[in-house]
Each structure stands twice: as structure tokens, then as C-alpha cells.
Design a protein. Structure first.
Length: 117
């Protein structure tokens, strides 16, 4: 059984930083693209960032480019999202996911990030 577990969310003031982590277990996902998504209250889930597991190629939503950094630790099968210069509009539940084939088919339970103004 595949399991993704996020951690690192919390309450932070605007301008602050947080680092999210996502550990995958239950299966080897070497070579699969992994991503971070978020969903704010009343809004649809949106893409934040992704990374190809082997090459480390990264992609970012325009709204977080220059502030967030996605990375991975292959040995620990852990995905990270370093979030700097946080804004109130970054407040959301953040999810990690693994792309298996054409879509993201494996999801974590989410971690809440709240940025106060």
C-alpha cells in the first residue's frame, strides 16, 4: 500500500519561512515525477511545483517562482518544499503527489499552512 505523509506545516507570519516534507513508503517510485499542490478554502486545488526524480528538473507556478524551492532526497525517498517570503495568499492545505503515468495518482493527506498578515 502506497503512503505519502506530509509534515512541516504550521502558522507563520508574512515574510516568514516553512519547509514541508513528504515521505513516500510502500513502493519504489524511482524515476517518477513528484509534485506539490495546494488548495485554499473555496478554491480548486492548484499546482505549486514539481521535480523529476532522476534528473532533478523543476517546474514552478508563477505565483511561487523565486520564493519556493522544491527538492528531493533520493536515499530517503523524501520530497521537500522550502517556502520563503510567505504571503497570506499562500495559506492553503499543501499536498504532495506522485505522477504515475499520465496523471498524479498518489496523494498525501495534506498539511495546513497558514500565513498571517
Amino acid at each position: 500500500q502506497v503512503q505519502l505523509v506530509e509534515s512541516g506545516g504550521g502558522l507563520v507570519q508574512a515574510g516568514g519561512s516553512l519547509r514541508l516534507s513528504c515521505v513516500a513508503s510502500g513502493r519504489t517510485f524511482s524515476g517518477y515525477t513528484r509534485g506539490w499542490f495546494r488548495q485554499a478554502p473555496g478554491k480548486e486545488r492548484e499546482f505549486v511545483a514539481s521535480i523529476t526524480w532522476n534528473s532533478g528538473t523543476t517546474y514552478y507556478a508563477d505565483s511561487v517562482k523565486g520564493r519556493f524551492t522544491i527538492s528531493r532526497d533520493n536515499a530517503k525517498s523524501t520530497l521537500y518544499l522550502q517556502m520563503n517570503s510567505l504571503k497570506p495568499e499562500d495559506t492553503a492545505v499543501y499536498y504532495c503527489a506522485i505522477r504515475d503515468g499520465a496523471g498524479y495518482n498518489y496523494w498525501g493527506q495534506g498539511t495546513q499552512v497558514t500565513v498571517s498578515s
